[in-house]
Design a protein around this ligand. Structure first.
Ligand code: ADP
Length: 439
């Protein structure tokens, strides 16, 4: 480049020297000679500019004009830039083509949405799964094409962290899992997966558990009845009493297990029930649970309550009964005798309702916490069994809370104790007058 500038200066010097030479030979005013020389130099620049402009006009396929000096460098430089840009464009086009080809081949429906949720692009699986009308639907709003309340809510609340399940718009027996992922500047990628088969398998599993539990119930009742009669019978030899006791215990365990399984499958299968007509009086409900538990299983553990009687809850009383009693029973099961258990029902600063059961029992190691609401997950199987646990209590709690739009928060430290809190959204909270609370 420096050489090109040098050549350009030398050329200028040549024009000036030529003007001087002509002035010496022919005389006259030096200024005129210099002006004439500079005009020739300017004309050269204009001509080179014209070549540049007509080359650019001819498009990037045309060869650059040949020149030397500064103009040669400019042509060369521009030509190199053009080639680099073309290469990059080609690479980008290839990436886009590959992305489209791979998403087009995907069995899952893929839709690219703009910031106003209009369809920019979709693959053929989206046509099959979502019933889109091919290119005619490009530019249409996805919410007006896919009419499902859960999808509407997802888009309105922009709760994109989870996938939702909706009925298939093209097959009334089909089910889809839909996920929306925001990316770039205000764009969204929507993925739809056919989960009909999975759903059918899950339904089969649920039906099987429900039917098996149901079938087990009657024989268990009969067995339990006979065992009770035998235990009360004076003619039975004394050395039978220990085995009879053990049989009765096992029979009771199986009955609790079958009842828990039935309850769980009902919670999983049935659509969430409408909240009871009257708000649930949580303080009264918890009072009842405490009385039953104190009389039957609490032993010498101390149960302290701090319940706001004027806060009601929009929910289903028998489901809440089940969840709250499971939490209290767990606190008793995993706290040694003489331990303290606290129950609190209050509203937090955000207006949400908090039902918390705390204990100073054995606690849970942090690594177990993500799994304790899974069916049959037990940290200490022997202790759970010895205390009459079924391994289903927290799974029932989780389902009841899901059906009440509530969350379970758990804090625990081994050797120090645990706190299980059910957090209810403020829209579920009801104010009770003192009269209502007491009635
Ligand atoms: P289980 O019938 O065995 O109590 P759950 O589903 O109710 O089953 O609880 C799952 C596991 O979580 C329990 O086996 C126990 O290890 C642990 N757990 C639940 N509540 C407590 C608690 N309050 N303190 C310590 N561990 C607990």
């Amino acid at each position: 480049m420096r050489q090109a500038w040098l050549a350009e200066f030398l050329l200028l010097a040549f024009w000036v020297s030529l003007a001087a030479l002509l002035w010496v030979i022919f005389g006259g005013a030096f200024g005129w000679w210099l002006a004439a020389a500079l005009s020739v130099s300017g004309a050269r620049h204009i001509w080179q500019m014209h070549r540049l402009e007509s080359w650019l006009r001819r498009g990037r396929r045309a060869q650059p004009p040949q020149s030397w000096g500064l103009w040669g460098e400019v042509f060369e430089h521009y030509y190199r830039l053009q080639r680099r840009y073309a290469k990059r464009k080609k690479r980008l086009a290839r990436v886009i083509r590959e992305f489209r080809e791979s998403t087009a081949a995907m069995p899952d429906g893929t839709v690219v949405l703009d910031s106003a949720w209009r369809i920019n692009w979709h693959n053929s699986a989206a046509v099959r799964l979502l019933g889109l009308a091919g290119n005619r639907d490009i530019g249409q709003s996805i919410t007006s094409l896919l009419r499902a309340p859960a999808f509407d809510r997802l888009m309105r609340e922009q709760a994109f962290s989870r996938a939702i399940e909706i009925d298939s718009p093209v097959d009334h027996a089909g089910r889809l899992s839909v996920r929306v992922v925001p990316y770039g500047s205000g764009q969204f990628l929507m993925l739809a997966r056919d989960i009909t088969r999975l759903q059918r398998l899950e339904n089969m599993r649920r039906d099987f558990v429900a039917n098996a539990s149901h079938e087990l119930r009657s024989p268990l009742t009969v067995l339990g009845g006979y065992l009770e009669n035998l235990a009360d019978d004076d003619q039975i030899p004394a050395d039978w009493s220990a085995p009879l006791d053990a049989m009765q215990n096992q029979c009771r365990r199986m009955t609790t297990l079958v009842n828990d399984l039935l309850e769980l499958s009902r919670l999983e299968t049935d659509a969430p029930a409408e909240p009871d007509e009257r708000p649930v009086k949580v303080a009264e409900l918890v009072g009842r649970i405490c009385n039953e538990v104190r009389a039957q299983v609490a032993g010498d553990r101390v149960i302290e309550t701090d319940l706001d009687a004027e806060i009601g809850l929009g929910g289903v009383e028998n489901e809440l009964y089940s969840a709250f009693s499971n939490l209290l029973l767990n606190a008793i099961r995993y706290t040694d005798s003489g331990g303290r258990i606290g129950i609190r029902w209050s509203r937090d600063v955000d207006g949400r309702g908090r039902f918390c059961v705390s204990d100073d029992g054995i606690g849970i190691e942090a690594r177990h916490l993500p799994f304790i609401t899974q069916r049959f997950y037990r940290v200490d199987l022997a202790r759970s069994r010895a205390q009459g646990g079924t391994g289903l209590g927290l799974a029932i709690v989780k389902h009841v809370l899901q059906r009440h739009e509530a969350q379970l928060e758990v804090q625990s430290e081994p050797g120090k104790g645990s706190e299980f809190c059910c957090v209810f959204v403020s829209s579920r909270m009801r104010e009770l007058t003192t009269k209502e609370a007491r009635s």
